[in-house]
Design a protein around this ligand. Structure first.
Ligand code: SAH
Length: 236
């Protein structure tokens, strides 16, 4: 088992891990004095150290080594996804974090059947952080929410802007030449409207067609991101 990872706000020579990260460490992982752990502060560095004390609300880590994390993707990729029912969005966020995305923008669109609230958004950020730790990253992708479709799409500035459209007939970008940053938009269970597809084009998005079968939204997110990450050289 590789050493446990925890996110903290700030690294000090002796860093206290508190709050949610501590509760998980104490309750589930049973972190104890003498264990070695890795602390991450959402930068490209990570810090290895020894647990020197554990109390009821925190444990303290004496930092022994600062090193560069080599698992972050070089490519800056953002997933934009329609908000899904139940815990489906959690699945997309988790997989996106594993595949190396830097940011997830969840949006509301015409055919969305679910409503976001602050608790759900903070839960999604937690899922992103857990997934980041699990796959050895040092940065947790940030999850943000827009209740306006066009505002969500406009919030991302990427060299390759791709809009996964289930009623398209072809991909309008030469994917073999993909390089640089990318944004991938995937709709909710109900799919997109023609007007939304038009708006996406106006906002500079190319159409990404994933074939004749209609994929579920979470499948489409994983598929589109896998293809993009592969083409950007991130999966080798
Ligand atoms: N309810 C819709 C399907 C929505 S699928 C229907 O029955 O037609 C959910 C989302 O996944 C879509 O909005 C799109 O972003 C993506 N998607 C699914 N299949 C796709 C495909 N073949 N090509 C491109 N995108 C696809």
């Amino acid at each position: 088992m590789s050493e446990r990872r925890f996110f903290v706000d700030k690294i000090e020579p002796v860093t206290a891990v508190t709050g949610e990260e501590f509760r998980h460490a104490a309750g589930v992982l049973r972190v104890k004095k003498g264990d070695f752990v890795i602390l991450c502060d959402n930068t490209r560095f990570e810090y290895r150290g020894e647990v020197i004390s554990v109390d009821k609300v925190s444990f303290s880590v004496k930092i022994a080594e600062k090193r560069e994390n080599d698992r972050e993707a070089k490519a800056d990729v953002t997933l934009l996804c329609g908000y899904l029912k139940g815990d489906k969005t959690e699945y997309s966020v988790q997989k996106a974090a594993e595949l190396g995305v830097k940011r997830v923008v969840v949006f509301r669109s015409e055919h969305c059947a679910a409503y976001m609230n602050e608790n759900k958004l903070s839960r999604l950020n937690k899922v992103a952080a857990e997934a980041a730790k699990q796959c050895g990253r040092s940065v947790a992708p940030q999850v943000v929410y827009f209740d306006d479709f066009a505002a969500a799409l406009s919030s991302v500035n990427a060299e390759n802007k791709l809009f996964a459209c289930e009623f398209a007939s072809e991909t309008t970008r030469d994917m073999s030449r993909l390089s640089g940053s990318a944004a991938v938009v995937v709709g909710p269970e109900g799919g997109f409207t023609e007007a939304e597809a038009r708006r996406a084009r106006e906002l500079g998005y190319d159409t990404l067609y994933l074939g004749r079968r209609i994929l579920r939204a979470d499948t489409a997110a994983v598929t589109a991101l896998s293809v993009v990450m592969w083409l950007l050289g991130e999966l080798k």
